[in-house]
Design a protein around this ligand. Sequence first.
Ligand code: HEM
Length: 447
Amino acid sequence: MDQQKTTGDVTVRERIKNVSQNFFLHIHAPRIHQDSLTPQATWGLGVILASLFFTQLITGMLLMIHYTPSVESAYYSVKEIIFYVPGGRVLRNIHRWSAHAMVFVTFLHLFRTFYKGAYYGTRRTNWVIGVVMLLVVMMMSFSGYLLPWDQLAYWAVTIGANIAASFRELTDLIGITGLFDPGGLFKRILLGGQEVGQATLTRFFTLHVIILPVTLLILIGYHFWRIRKAGGLARVVRSDEDQKEIPAWPTALWAELSIFLLVAATLLILGLLLDAPLKILANTNLPENPAKSPWYLLGIQEVVSYSAFMGGFIIPLLFLGFLFYIPWFDREEEESSGVWFSGKAGLKITWLSMLLCGSVTIFLVTLSLFITIPVKPGSDLSVLLSMLVNPGTLSVTGYFIWAWIVSRFTSSRRITVIALFTGFMTGWTIFMIIGIWFRGENWHFIL
Ligand code: HEM
């Protein structure tokens, strides 16, 4: 008897095909525009992200078999994974590298959706969900950072907690910290106490393995559904569009499967060749110098080094508020949706903003190395002045002034938003680069 046969004339292979086709077509619209399948439409970034997340889930679940979330055992359980568990070293490496890649690619995906004007009309919700996902991805990566309980983990999270407490600079200045201390509250919520300890590890572990992945899974499902609801990806609508629509099955499936395999192969090679760091066991009495947060928070840490309140609270809040507000501020839907940089004018402003905002940021940081405010250090006046007159605050003010000038000259909200977004992103990248490569012991500038 034919092994493939089941009831009637339906073979097992056909049944599998039907089920997978059904699942696939629930995620995708049944028809897809040919333009959306070209590499430059998305650079495959969303699918790369989904592949990375899937890899994280699988490797994370396997790592959990051997990991123990206790201050006494966490470090040794990670060592066991590296040295005794068959394939454990590669598994851990893949988990670590794909976590970093996920943060990085999320930013690239944000750039592509922004510069391609994919946040108009019904896509607005997806943009907002995307910004929330960006935060969740960063939190997922940050919560995982503590789990090995080595020096790197302990001191990076200590720095993160100090950033969370940065509101205190203001309450200390006004002298009301005893009565009203949101900075202290943020820090306690993050750590589960005053310092990084068992409560923090338990908190971070729960966030990392349950709360955040489940949240992200739900958000990703909703994100995909919203793309369907919006009628596919943003693109330029042309008169011949009907002829260019093709069935999503199986063309898109093959394209997405290829991207997934490419991501998996790259991660496997990376995992085999490059070991994720594991320093000595966390020592609460031996601070790392310099103690640095993970790379994606180093831009903030750099700005915090000028003023805790501005760098750790006001500037990130302004930036986040701006990201959320973009689709409400700019509604120039018709001309800009699906067009890279909205054409030549937008591209020109992008380059100009990078050049101008980048130069201003570098100039202000350089100036701060040579000029100090002539006021008694530690005095209220010096704290107040350093809040207002520092490279972070001044640069961000500069980005806003630049965007205002652009809005005056172009009267286009899309071009204005491109100027501000590019300014912010360029500045943030520069501060991050300074934090990563140009800060040494006691946060002194090094070349
Ligand atoms: C875990 C994180 C994320 C995953 C897995 C994900 C996945 C995807 C996928 C597969 C697509 C369709 C293909 C593509 O555009 O590459 C997409 C589109 C989209 N994503 Fe994301 N995304 C994530 C985060 C974000 C973020 C941070 C933003 C921006 C704030 C964002 C905004 C959008 C928008 C607006 C679209 C629609 C694009 C269009 O209509 O052309 N996503 N996403």
